[in-house]
Ligand binder design. Structure first.
Ligand code: GRF
Length: 191
């Protein structure tokens, strides 16, 4: 009997370019399976990716999500081993963190602990990096705890901030790092 596959739930709120990369990376894997895509936003691009890939989705209801452990049982019944936040914008409730201790990871488009915390997402991050005249930025992959962008860092990669960068050009460079590293770091961690 082969070992049971490790099941990932991919949480995302937006376009889902990281989700697309992760799904693609594990497509042929005999060890890891992308079982579920969890989204909090109707019409988000990531839902189209889920449909195209034939992956089950959950569209979260806000009140239910923040009411204690409402989705915990569902995710446990689905056999989810790891929760991967790939551009998921809601704070993870404590009950979910307790149910997957050290098994929830997030990717952040900057070098934490700098440029993290509430309100630091997407374009806001890159704007702040540019405003402060930073010479480099990058990505951080970290465990999730009860504070925004706070849990233990698992991996960082860096890129230069170039003269003349706009939030868009910097975002592109950072996103390239995410796409290169995130699936591989997930694999190393969960295997
Ligand atoms: C990424 O930059 C990630 O670091 C952040 O949200 C963005 C998601 O982008 N947490 P996408 O939806 O994967 O394209």
């Amino acid at each position: 009997m082969p070992d049971k596959k490790i099941k990932l739930a991919l949480f995302a709120s937006g376009t889902g370019s990281n989700v697309a990369r992760i799904v693609d990376y594990f497509r042929q894997s005999s060890r890891v399976e992308c079982s579920l895509i969890v989204c909090n936003k109707q019409g988000a691009g990531v839902l189209q990716i889920a449909e195209k890939e034939g992956i089950d989705t959950v569209l979260l209801d806000k009140e239910t999500f923040f009411r204690g452990d409402a989705y915990t049982g569902f995710l446990q019944e689905a056999g989810i081993d790891w929760i991967i936040l790939a551009g998921f914008l809601w704070k993870i409730p404590p009950a979910l963190i307790r149910a997957w201790p050290e098994h929830i990871i997030n990717i952040h488009p900057a070098l934490l602990p700098a440029y993290g915390g509430k309100g630091m997402y997407g374009r806001h991050v890159h704007e702040a990096v540019l405003q402060n005249g930073e010479k480099e930025s990058g990505i951080t992959i970290h465990l999730v705890d009860e504070q925004y962008d706070h849990g233990r860092t698992l991996f960082q990669a860096r890129c230069p901030v170039e003269p003349g960068d706009t939030p868009e050009t910097l975002a592109k460079r950072v996103q390239a790092l995410e796409h290169t590293h995130f699936p591989r770091v997930i694999e190393e961690l969960v295997s």
